[in-house]
Ligand binder design. Sequence first.
Ligand code: ATP
Ligand code: K
Ligand code: MG
Length: 673
Amino acid sequence: MSVVGIDVGFQNCYIAVARSGGIETIANEYSDRCTPACVSLASKNRMIGNAAKSQIITNFKNTVHGFKKFHGRAFDDPFVQAEKPKLPYSLHKLANGNTGIKVRYLDEDKAFTVEQITGMLLTKLKETSESALKKPVVDCVISVPSFFTDAERRSVFDATQIAGLNCLRLINDTTAVALAYGIYKQDLPTPEERPRNVVFVDMGHSSFQVSITAFNKGKLKVLATAFDLYLGGRNFDETLVDYFCEEFKGKYKLNVRDNPRALLRLHQECEKLKKLMSANSSDLPLNIECFMNDIDVSSRMNRMQFEDMCAQYLMRVEMPLKAALEQSKLSRDDIYGVEIVGGATRMPAIKERIAKFFGKDISTTLNADEAVARGCALQVGVFFYLICFPVYYTNSLKFMICNVVNVFSLSCEVFSKNHAAPFSKVITFHKKEPFDLEAFYSCPQELPYPDHRIGRFSVHNVVPQPDGDSSKVKVKVRVNVHGIFSVSSASLIEKQKGEGEDMQIDSEPLVQNEGRAEEQEGASGEKQDPAAGGSKPKVKVKSIDLPIVANNIRQLDSDVLSNFVEYERQMIIQDKLVKELNDAKNAVEEYVYDLRDKLCGMYEKYVTEEDSNRLTLMLEDTENWLYEDGEDQPKQVYEEKLEGLKRLGQPIQDRHREHEDRPRAFEELGKKL
Ligand code: ATP
Ligand code: K
Ligand code: MG
């Protein structure tokens, strides 16, 4: 079974897979490697990706895009509240306080969770992978921004489950990019040499991420991660939109903001204009026909003017670069290269600022759009490569162990910033009764999130020692491969001193244990202190597993999740039925056009004029029927209609074929004779 790597972008998604020839990016049914992060709900079905993007204007209230940052966020979150008025679709406060997305689907009002919407998108990406690879796809590696918190990661993880995917790993965008870079570099320093320090800069549609990674052969260490959560390509689009809205107000007396369709069109045109300005510094036109109230609008813009307008955003480029450099404790001279990815780094003004800050030319070794997806595919592909290409890929084997990096440090320095994951730590407490642990991020000021709490974990069944003393409680905390935090186990260490009759109290057999208590996962057991024995009083240590109850974790309840899984399955079936119906209807239409063409062309000689006229009339009737009574019929009706037409068309086609085949048959016969 293949494992795919998926970059779920705010605007654009990419899929890559490790195959025998290397890493490949998968194209969708439009031969497009990019699938827009867009979902459109309609009265009979859903459209996802490219098909949904074409509905952005026509079905604006029910076409959802720009939802990635709603993961793990409450409806009252300041970010959600700030986005709300800008969205063409409605947001809704769900019963649990989370952000719901309100649309009309199957002629009913529905509030979907962001996990469901991302689940829909992932369903599409799964289907695209399956049709490209011609086999089922379940296992995947998915990228998330390095700054995604526990709640956001849990939410994305739930979305993968809704789509029926098995997410092997959530990996940070910046880690994926570093992998994509490192795997092909054959000239990395050996482990004994000084590492090669590379800066990776990714500016997408919604955010800006920077990381500094040290490479040696087969080893990768993330030295620093920094970001601007809210700086991305869309800020530049919005600047243009604001400008033209103002201009059209004066010039054409149009209130564009009152008209969602016009506003969305302006958005699309401004994004196109922005891209054109990246390649062209001259004056460029903006023309939109029938923009609003039947008015055509036009204007002009050039790169210099645009950059002036965007000064406030361009200014922000430097901050994360500086923060990353400081965090890495490197000087500019220690930097080997600066690699850029992400669509928005194509803007010359952004490139210039990055180059200027590091005093270096920037390199574009990586495919700016596909690097993240390719890195995701690599994360699982390394092992595969080792088998297929032992020589070429051996160097990169150790990339497997540098996984998720935690960009926020957890409280009491349990996990430091940029610590690789998975990682566990055991903390010892001395307690006489059950207690709660609160996990939170220790630097709230750098958190993308108003709430720095991760969750509360209650450790139950804690009792004092028989002599009334506090018990030693060992708690294991863990950040798993996805960068998700948990208190994975807790155990109470019961010390039993004594000799002679004391020993009798404990009649259970002693279990010799090689590991230390903190390394023992799951099972409870007894162990004997290795130092004990001989004539000294024996000290036995008994470790008792304690139940842990997690509270306030922002993740879907398991029964809610399974309902969503089931609902997604139903929607997939519904979409399939609608597709089959449409296919049946299209088949009738195609047959009508095809036969009509041929009747006055290649079939002309094989049909009497009378029959031809009758058939032509019938085809015309069918065509009219398709637009009237036949617009909305069950699949079977279209199938019967097609059969009826074929009954008349087939004999003509047969006569034609027979005639075509005859000379060939004679030829064959001639050869035999
Ligand atoms: P994010 O990483 O924030 O989740 P994403 O991965 O979907 O978003 P990308 O696909 O990397 O984002 O980049 C999309 C952005 O890049 C858009 O704002 C788009 O307009 C911009 N972009 C693409 N090409 C160009 C170009 N030639 N000039 C300027 N901007 C561009
Ligand atoms: K992307
Ligand atoms: Mg991206």
